[in-house]
Design a protein around this ligand. Sequence first.
Ligand code: F0G
Length: 478
Amino acid sequence: MLPRLAVDLRIARAGHAGYSHKMKTVIEPFRIKTVEPIKFTHRVERKTLIREAHYNPFLLRAEDVIIDLLTDSGTSAMSSEAWGAMMRGDESYAGARSWYRFRDTVKDIFGFEQVIPTHQGRAAEHILFSVMVRPGSIVPNNTHFDTTRANVEFVGGTPVDLVCAEADDLDSDHPFKGNMDTAALEKLVADIGPDNIPVIMVTVTNNSGGGQPVSMANVREISRIARAASIPFYIDACRFAENSHFIKQREPGYENTPTIDIAREMFSYADGCTMSAKKDAFGNIGGFLCTNDAELAQQERNILILTEGFPTYGGLAGRDLEAIAVGLREILDEHYLDYRLFSNAYVVNHLREASIPVMAPAGGHAVYLDARRFLPHIEPLQFPGQALAVELYIEAGIRAVEIGTVMFGADPKTGEEHPARLDLLRLAIPRRVYTQSHMDYVLEAIGLVWERRESIRGMKIVRAPKYLRHFTAEFDWV
Ligand code: F0G
C-alpha cells in the first residue's frame, strides 16, 4: 500500500480556498461523468503484441495499451463545459461567432494583438519560420522541441540550444532547470550579430529538457537581451500554465499572484508566441500563432490561407475553437494546477524514495526515467531507453517513449551512430485522464522492472527510415 498523495506535499498551502485548513490530501479536482473502459491484456499476450509491433511502442494498437503515457498532447479529457460549447460551434466559413470567442480569450490571456489559428503547434511554427527565417539564420532556444527544430532546419536555419548548465545534472533540485543560459545568448548575439538571428525563442516548460520550468527572471533577461539587439522574442507556449504555476510555487515574489497574471506578465516580455492547444488548453487538436506586428501577421495570414484555411478558422472547425476557448480558462484554475504539479511530483518522489533513477525535480507534464542509470549494463548504442520501454509494456501494458539514442543518435548526413546526451524514457501524463490508482499501478510496474533489471538485454535496429526514425523504426533484442 503506497502512502497517499498528501505525504509528498512539501508545499501544500494550508487554507487554500476550497480545502479545509486541516486537509492535506490533494484530490483530482473533477468528478468523472463519461468513462472509457480499459481493455486488459495478459503478459504472455503482450510479449506477442510487442514483438509483432517490432518492439516499437508507436506501432502498437492503442487498444492494446493499458496505461498510455506516450504523450500528453491531444490526449486530455475535456470538460462538460467544453463539450457543451462544442455544440454551440459556429461553422460559418468566415467571421464565425466561435472565432471571436477564441480570439478574445487568447488576447485576454496572452495579450498579443494578432491571433492566427492553426490546426496544431507545428503549423504555427512552420508559418512563423517561413516568414522570419532565411538560409543561414541562427535560432536560439533553451531547447528546441523536435518539430520546432525540424521547422527551423526546413527553411535553411540552424537551431541552437542554450539551456542552463543545471539541466545536465539529473539529480539537481534547481527550481528552474528549463532556464536559458543568458550569458551564452548574449555571447551568441555579440559573436554572430543580430542580423543573423531573426528570432529568439524560449520553450515553456522545456519539454525536451525534462518538462522543467523557466523562471520569470530568465524570461525578463532574455527579453532584455532581445530588445537591446532589436531581435523579436517568441515564446513556445505549449505548457504555459504549468510553467506559470511553477513560478507561483517556486519564484520568490509570486506566491500571492494569481497564475493567470503570472502568465500575462510572462507574455508581456515577448513579441509573440507559438502554441499547441493540444497541451495547456485541453484540446484534442488546435494551435495558434500570435504577434504584435501587424505587417508580419499579414504575411503569415497569406501562408495560412494557402496551407491551413481562412484567417478566422485556420484549419480548425468552429467547435474546436469553442473547446479551446473553454480549455484556456480551465487550465488556469489553480486547484487544477496544484493537483497537476503535485500528482507528477507524487510519482517522481516515490521513484526517488525507491532509489530508481529519475530526472529531478518533477517537471510539469511527464516523468523522465534515466534509462542509462536504470540499465547501466546496456551501452547507449544498444538503446537502454528502448529496452526499458519494451519491458514496461510487457510488464504492465504501459506505453512510454524513448528520448535518447534512438531519437537523436543517428547523424542524418553520415548515418553514423553516436550516443545521445541522455537516454531517457518519458512517461507523459495526459491531463485529467488517469487517477492516483493508475499512477500507483505505474509505480508498481516500474518497481517490478527495476527488480529484474539485470536480466534485461539491449536492442538493435533492424530497419529504420532516414529521418525521425523513432516513429517507425523496427527493433530486435541483441
Ligand atoms: N512545442 C513543444 C514544446 C511541444 O512539446 C510540441 C509537441 C510542439 C511544439 C508541437 O505541437 O504537436 O501541436 O504540433 N509535443 C508533443 C509531445 C507531440 O509529445 O511532446 P503539435
